[in-house]
Design a protein around this ligand. Structure first.
Ligand code: NAI
Ligand code: MG
Length: 326
């Protein structure tokens, strides 16, 4: 049966790495029908709206979405798109591929980031010329849904348990609720948890990342700490992600539109291509997902590299090499 995939390249290097990932997917024998949709800064400048309703509707109805990145309109695009797939968790693996010269070669982490609330729930107010406020939302239900996913994730992938990163010593009510909800679900399921304060985690993970495997975190912490981990594993060009909902998912690199290198054709497509592998696996195409991962690994080990990894190859050179290895 044909599976419908929405493809949103977006802005900047999104326009370069997203077609690269589609090229890889098209080289497989999987029955995908791709539908390109628009979103981002360039759409807002043309129409006033960064996320057209058509795009939202397509993402909410197709089997999966591959998203590149957008620029300044990130909050107007990516938050509603995560909502379109009802995504309650963002899975962000930070691992070192063979041949990549990483700051911490032993890093092998997966962040499970709460994806609907925290400080990203959009409740901001300007109360006066001097004062702005933000309402942080934490519900037991969202925290428990994340925890249930985390329990399944550790069971399916052979981990002993997971860390819960929080700051409940200061944000007693909100992070306290998050921590208590997550830990109680894990306790019920017999999954081990260990708590870590998120600021201390930032230090520990730099000094010795082997202390951590799976890290469950609130929304903003997951955003920041996964970028930090990107710095340990070879940069943002290496971090894929999967926004998972009950029925569908949205797959995207962790990085943004990278205006500093956009248009030069030198963006590292690995993060987006590995995101596409996560999409394949989510849709049950495990063998093809593995083929893509193996091809990316092979090229990173001894093929052409983009400048962020110390090479001088273009996005197209790397993509061609990956397609050749499939
Ligand atoms: P960024 O991730 O776009 O770039 C940070 C640094 O990493 C830059 O030096 C960039 O060149 C480098 N980089 C990122 N991806 C790379 C790749 N694939 N290959 C090689 N180098 C890569 O983050 P930044 O600069 O903070 O934000 C730029 C724009 O992106 C902003 O407008 C921001 O709002 C947006 N953004 C969008 C996101 C999304 O659409 N999901 C996520 C993060 C930022
Ligand atoms: Mg981010």
């Amino acid at each position: 049966m044909t599976e419908e995939i929405t493809v949103i390249p977006g802005d900047g290097i999104g326009q370069e790495v997203t077609p690269a990932a589609v090229e890889v997917l098209e080289a497989l024998e999987v029955d995908f029908a791709f539908q390109e949709a628009e979103a981002g800064d360039y759409v807002r400048s043309e129409t006033g709206e960064a996320l057209p309703e058509d795009t939202y509707d397509l993402v909410a109805s197709t089997d999966a979405t591959l998203f590149g990145a957008v620029g300044e309109t990130a909050a107007d695009v990516i938050l509603p798109l995560r909502d379109a797939v009802d995504s309650f968790v963002n899975v962000r693996p930070a691992t070192v591929y063979p041949g990549v010269d990483a700051v911490r070669p032993e890093t092998d982490l997966v962040f499970l980031r709460e994806n609907t609330e925290g400080v990203y729930s959009g409740h901001e107010d300007r109360l006066s010329d001097d004062l702005s406020t933000l309402t942080r939302v934490v519900t037991s239900s969202a925290s428990e849904q994340l925890a249930a996913f985390a329990c399944e994730f550790v069971e399916d992938n052979g981990y002993d348990g997971f860390h819960v990163a929080h700051k409940a010593n200061v944000m007693r009510e909100t992070d306290g609720r998050f921590r208590d909800s997550v830990v109680s679900v894990a306790d019920e399921r017999g999954v081990e948890t260990e708590e870590v304060l998120m600021d201390a985690f930032a230090t520990h993970v730099c000094l010795d990342p082997t202390q951590f495997d799976v890290v469950v975190c609130p929304n903003l912490a997951g955003d920041v700490l996964s970028d930090l981990a990107a710095g340990l594993v070879g940069g943002l060009g290496m971090l894929p992600s999967a926004n998972i909902g009950p029925e569908r998912g949205l797959f995207e690199p962790v990085h943004g539109s990278a205006p500093d290198i956009a248009g030069e054709g030198i963006a590292n497509p690995a993060a987006t291509i590995i995101s596409a592998a996560m999409m394949l696996e989510h849709l049950g195409h495990d063998e093809e997902g593995k083929r893509v991962r193996d091809a990316v690994e092979g090229v990173l080990e001894d093929g052409p590299r983009t400048p962020d990894l110390g090479g001088d190859a273009s996005t197209a050179d790397v993509t061609d090499a990956i397609v050749d290895r499939l």
